[in-house]
Design a protein around this ligand. Structure first.
Ligand code: A3P
Length: 345
């Protein structure tokens, strides 16, 4: 009998202990969010909206936390009105390049309290059907934000699609344009790897990279192959320069974003006239993943999906050299135009 009572007592103590530990863990987990929800500047709604250069950062931090909370709870129309939330057209667009690291760049910029990302690729300017739906359709695809935050979207197809520069110019001729590039041959192989994976998923066969990248008749580089054409960065950029001055573009080094993201992000912050806010705290190297991952606060961190960072197939070294020689003059021109030089072969 005594033994049974002791066992019952032990069981109760165990449950109580678990509850206490659970509560402590929950409180610790909520600290970041709760901290953000403290009204830092109560008179703020009476002030006129600040210019991006003068954003009160602590206020933004608070608002961002609030935005996150509202989004999680599917903000009602009343909440949207009360908090002056708006759907804004992007003030900056990551226009490409496909497989350059466009997703990583968008997610990392989204660490900044003044930046709000459009999570999906909208494909408004490159898809005729979407474009025909009009600018209000595009705006409705944008996330809710506070008026002095900036919205950024990314659709890498914009960079290579003929009609896009003129269409974006018509929307906003002073928009800021971000292009993230990687060493062109590596980018082409990454592009191939993505398509290959799609084919394999559908149980379809696909040619080897070498066969696609070289013209079988001449044995020269096959410029009809899309993965090759996309890597001729200067050709595409020249089309954009018919509409926008070079100062409106910022080139991001996608290879450095993989190895050491912070300096690249700080350059982007400067280009967007944002105060430097992303820090080493927000980025940590995940050895299992083999990439930098994102830390928003003590609780919330994330790595990019497994579809980013695929293993590339081995490519015949002679084909790699051929491609590198082919891209070389285009790269030189690209450096000359953009003023950003890379150590590409
Ligand atoms: P690979 O899959 O060839 O490694 P995009 O988002 O434009 O499709 O680019 C995908 C590329 O982003 C990946 O190419 C990967 O190398 C790169 N990348 C850069 N930073 C990354 C990160 N932190 N996590 C995962 N992938 C990252």
């Amino acid at each position: 009998m005594l033994f049974k009572q002791q066992a019952l007592l032990r069981q109760k103590l165990f449950i109580l202990g678990s509850l206490a530990i659970g509560s402590v863990l929950y409180l610790v987990a909520r600290v970041g969010t709760l901290d953000r929800l403290q009204p830092i500047c109560p008179i703020e709604s009476r002030l006129p909206p600040a210019e991006p250069e003068q954003i009160p950062l602590r206020t933004l931090q608070f608002k961002r936390g609030l935005l996150h909370e509202l989004r999680k709870g599917n903000a009602t129309k009343e909440q949207i009105r009360l908090h002056h939330l708006v759907q804004q057209l992007p003030r900056a667009i990551i226009i490409g390049v496909r497989k350059g690291g466009t997703r990583a760049l968008l997610e990392m910029l989204n660490l900044h309290p003044a930046v709000v990302k459009a999570s999906q690729e909208i494909h408004f300017f490159d898809n005729d059907q979407n474009y025909a739906r009009g600018i209000d359709w595009y705006r409705e695809k944008m996330p809710f934000s506070f008026p002095h935050q900036i919205t950024i979207e990314k659709s890498p197809a914009y960079f290579i699609t003929e009609e896009v520069p003129e269409r974006i110019f018509k929307m906003n001729s002073s928009i800021k344009l971000l292009i993230i590039v990687r060493e062109p041959t590596t980018r082409a192989v990454s592009d191939y790897t993505q398509v290959l994976e799609g084919k394999e998923r559908k149980n379809k066969t696909y040619h080897k990279f070498e066969k696609l990248a070289l013209d079988s008749n001449t044995c020269e580089v096959n410029t009809k192959y899309k993965a090759v054409r996309t890597s001729i960065y200067t050709k595409h950029l020249e089309r954009w320069l018919k509409y926008f001055p070079v100062e409106q573009f910022h080139i991001v080094d996608g290879d450095r974003l993989i190895m050491d993201p912070l300096p690249e992000l700080q350059l982007v912050e400067r280009f967007l006239n944002l105060p430097s806010r992303i820090s080493q705290y927000n980025l940590y190297f995940n050895a299992t993943r083999g990439f930098y991952c994102l830390r928003f606060n003590i609780v919330f961190n994330k790595c990019l999906a497994g579809s980013k960072g695929r293993t590339h197939p081995e490519v015949d070294p002679s084909v790699v050299t051929k491609l590198q020689n082919f891209f070389h003059p285009f790269n030189q021109k690209f450096y000359q135009i953009t003023g950003r030089t890379f150590k590409w072969p």
